[in-house]
Design a protein around this ligand. Sequence first.
Ligand code: PLP
Length: 394
Amino acid sequence: MTDCYTFETRLLHNKHKVDPVTGGVSVPIQHASTFHQHSVDHFGKYDYSRSLNPTREALEEIIAELEGGTRGFAFSSGMAAISTAFLLFSKGDHIVVTEDVYGGSYRMVTQVLNRFGIEHTFVDMTDLDAVKKAIKPNTRLLYVETPSNPLLKVTDIQGISKLAKLHGAYTFVDNTFMTPYLQRPLELGADLVLHSATKFLSGHSDTVAGLAVVKNEDLGHKLYSLQNSFGAILGVQDAWLVMRGIKTLSVRMNQSQDSAVKIAHFLKNEPSIKNVYYPGLSEHPQYHVQRGQAEGPGAVLSLELENAEKLKRFIENLNLPVFAVSLGAVESIISYPAKMSHAAMPEDERKKRGISDGLLRLSVGLENVDDLIKDFEQALLSANKHSAYKEGIR
Ligand SMILES: *Cc1c(COP(=O)(O)O)cnc(C)c1O
């Protein structure tokens, strides 16, 4: 019905635009855990809220529609969504995982799934030949995160999906950094899309939530059964907050992304910045892959300072971005992967992946970009002045 509209319009005008009972223009929050059954012979659609709840269901339908899937699922966190999706696999199965995967997913694969006999291989997924080599006869899944965290490496979703199909394996994509506004993996051949809705989808640093969307109904039945069995469902208040966040997704993403492009160019020209990782820079190694599969480079970039000491002074002098884990919010967030998102990864693994002690990840918010750049300028100046002074007295 709403297919004729563009994405921005569909963020607002979907099946849940108006409550059919009252005409309310916001989805009602149904707190009931259980539902009265009017007949002994015929139970209603809803019986118990772990199994199905109308508020959560509204969010599940909205995300399914936006990702172009057949069915959506809302979980209590991104990790709950990811972990539940991993439960589709069994003892003896092998999964291939992108090497700079989110720290929590890394922990799940290496410390939990291994105990249940699910083997894994990490591989740099920007290299399709390396992925091909990692595939074994029992490989059942290629697990993608693109752009990756925190080095913003871009994986060719279509290339991976084709490879997976050839070997009878599934392709799952963690689409947290892009959201369906910028990238729709199911249209590129993926079977399942995952989100930490804690990030851009809710967008205000005030909810922890996870989402999954499947392309085909068979996978949908299996994931529904696991959602109901594992029970890590999203609460109704949080489901409502995610739905409210989704309404402003495109305007938030547009503003943050425009600012991210400007900040990336500013940082690139700063001599004290060793590296800028952002798929919106034409020198990014997968710049063209990103342009081919997504509608923009997103609002997350990483920058590398010379060393941990400079990084510390830079952070101490920065006034605007909050220094915190997480991303995808109205306020800019700067985080320190080595000590935050990737703290679960052993140091040698981190270094091997290029996550140095001078690396920072920036998620650009909605502040005026000139204010942000001025703030970076003064913080870099202070960080560098201090070291010049120190070197002078040595
Ligand atoms: C935050 C994040 C997760 C985990 O989500 P939670 O909501 O924190 O459980 C997974 N993947 C990516 C890419 C993330 O940024």
